[in-house]
Design a protein. Sequence first.
Length: 223
Amino acid sequence: MVEKIPHDAPVLVIGLGRFGAATAGQLDRLDREVLAVDADAGLVQKWSERVTHAVQADARSIDALRQIGAQEFAIAVVAVGSSIEASVLITANLVDLKIPQIWAKAISQSHGKILARIGANHVIYPEAEAGERVAHLVSGRMLDFIEFDDDFAIVKMYPPKPIRGLPLGESQVRRKFGVTVVGVKPPGKDFTYATPETVISNHDLIIVSGTSGAIERFASVQG
């Protein structure tokens, strides 16, 4: 049986470019212990006061990783993307060090396939995912868009005209549009769970779930 990794386990982040720095910074804000590693002394200096630990090391060398205690970590993020060779070498080193959970950034499908094949548990495509998200948001009504692997999405958006001013049960959102209104946020108030009795106003924000196609059609409804 695979040993369960604690939810607050320390995280090794290799690479302090934009993606790596954003990951390390957010983990630190979540009170996670972080060891950030980069070969660039300037980046390490910049981040040394923002995360738990930041060290200069060449992660392409498995000996360098051993010296900084990388083998003690249960979770590692390979945020190096500019050099595919370096990314692959670092990921292979982490696999050899038997780190249980390895997240690796990929810049192309072929790069991602190599990372997965050598042992990365999770391959991330930040540029592609950001581009897909923006493509959904440029329609104007959607404010945030999260899509899952099975074509299921959750969206924060402005309410289309047909569902405003009457209880959700009467507007029959699910039957007519194939989506579910999960939550509602009136101006200046917190999100609350939606019920059939909830009345949506012109100024509310709503959280909607459903397939990507159904949500796109729902967002494009004019009246």
